[in-house]
Design a protein around this ligand. Structure first.
Ligand code: COS
Length: 385
């Protein structure tokens, strides 16, 4: 454990109480306003949520992956929009710097990301480069001591709020695939960088995504992450391995919330003269959800511990993302079913979760990409024997 057991348990209790008492009552309002209230964001800063994964020497809490997963399971007990406020700072918006940044880059950016003063964002996806991330076309052309960026990034989480983007761009136009890609740390706002209007989405209202457009946007050569060109794709993959575990833990938490709501409803709701929880067909749905959520929690914590022990967890992270995101989709579907007509109505909030969790199977790598990663790694390992 990175924190001593008692300190960590206190933190976990504080987060669980914050979720229960502060965030859950705000779920409808966040959905209606499409925004998390500013005072709640400040409370998240004060609790250190923006910096849970940033090393303590740079002002964060320096949690290990297991501790982060345990906190994310607590944070999954409410609307995903809340996690998105600090999620990029904890994951894809900071970890490129933590994993591959130079000492100067860590000193410049990590304290601000950890405190939540700067919002970090990760710009990989493009209109024509989603699952095939290595085919990205945003270019970074060397010009004296600078690079000049041109291109469009799509669906970028927290782009409207971001003060720092980790941008994957092609520095070597001769190399078509992953090898020609470099990562840049681009501060915003700056000339040549513009943010599109907020995307209108199926769910997760309150979490914002938008296009990020570079038009002759000039950045100094010192903005190359780690100071080495051609490493950007690998950095992105390492960041995503970690991000996939983070999201998997979150899915496990979301499932627990949906199961709790479903169980309570099944006990209170009466039909045919008794609680619907007495009916075995309802019990089957509850039991399947419980068993799957337990499996999700167990596999996430196992993979997190392995990462903390220094193991390469690319395969395990993909297994977790594949299983937990599909699992929470099934759990949400059963939650709607158990709630019957009420599950379809906005008032109960279950249909909102149903829409919110649909994204889990798509972002940070679709289920199909996770399957490809798992199978490719299996074949590679077998061939290496
Ligand atoms: N960690 C470190 N390095 C990795 C890696 C990982 N997890 N995965 C791949 N790499 C390295 C490879 O070793 C390879 O390096 P070498 O050329 O030196 O051998 C390089 O990166 C290219 O890898 P690969 O050949 O596997 O790249 P592909 O173009 O075939 O793409 C997939 C691989 C499909 C797995 C990748 O494009 C992907 O993850 N796509 C999904 C993107 C995504 O999740 N988008 C979500 C939005 S971002 S929030």
């Amino acid at each position: 454990m990175a924190l001593d057991q008692e300190t960590f348990e206190q933190l976990r209790d504080t987060v669980a109480r914050f979720v229960r008492e502060r965030l859950v009552p705000l779920e409808d309002r966040v959905d209606e306003d499409d925004a998390v209230p500013a005072d709640v964001v400040q409370e998240m800063r004060d609790m250190g949520l923006f910096g849970i994964s940033v090393p303590q020497e740079y002002g964060g809490l320096g949690l290990n992956m297991e501790e982060e997963a345990l906190l994310l399971i607590e944070l999954g007990q409410t609307s995903p929009a809340f996690r998105s406020v600090f999620g990029t700072n904890v994951g894809i918006g900071s970890q490129g710097i933590v994993i591959d940044g130079t000492t100067e880059q860590k000193q410049s950016y990590l304290p601000g990301l950890a405190s939540g003063e700067i919002i970090g964002s990760f710009a990989l996806t493009e209109p024509d480069a989603g699952s095939d991330a290595g085919s990205l076309r945003t270019s970074a052309r060397r010009d004296g001591d600078d690079f000049v960026l041109n291109g469009t990034k799509r669906f970028i989480t927290n782009a409207p709020e971001a003060g720092l983007f980790t941008v994957m761009a092609r520095t070597d136009p001769e190399k078509k695939g992953a090898a020609g890609v470099s990562a840049f740390l681009v501060e915003a706002p700056r000339p040549g960088l513009s943010i599109g209007p907020w995307d209108r989405k199926m769910g997760q209202r309150g979490a914002h995504t938008a296009d990020v457009v570079f038009e002759d946007c000039r950045v100094p050569a010192s903005a190359v992450l780690g100071g080495v060109e051609g490493q950007g794709f690998k950095t992105a993959m390492k960041v995503l391995d970690r991000g996939r575990l983070h999201l998997s833990a979150f899915c496990a938490g979301l499932a627990e919330r949906l199961i709790r709501d479903s169980l309570r409803y099944a006990i209170e709701r009466r039909q045919f003269g008794k609680p619907i929880a007495d009916f075995q067909l309802v019990q089957a749905m509850l039991a399947d959800s419980r068993a799957e959520a337990y499996a999700a929690r167990s596999m996430v914590l196992d993979a997190a511990r392995r990462r903390d022990h220094g193991e390469d967890i690319a395969t395990e992270a993909a297994c977790c993302k594949l299983f937990t995101s599909e699992m929470v989709g099934r759990v949400a579907d059963r939650a709607v079913q158990i709630h019957g007509g009420n599950g379809y109505m906005t008032e109960y909030g279950i249909e909102r979760f149903f829409r919110d969790v649909r994204l889990m199977r798509i972002y940070e790598g679709t289920s199909q990409i996770q399957q490809i990663v798992i199978a490719r790694n299996m074949i590679r390992e077998a061939e290496a024997l």
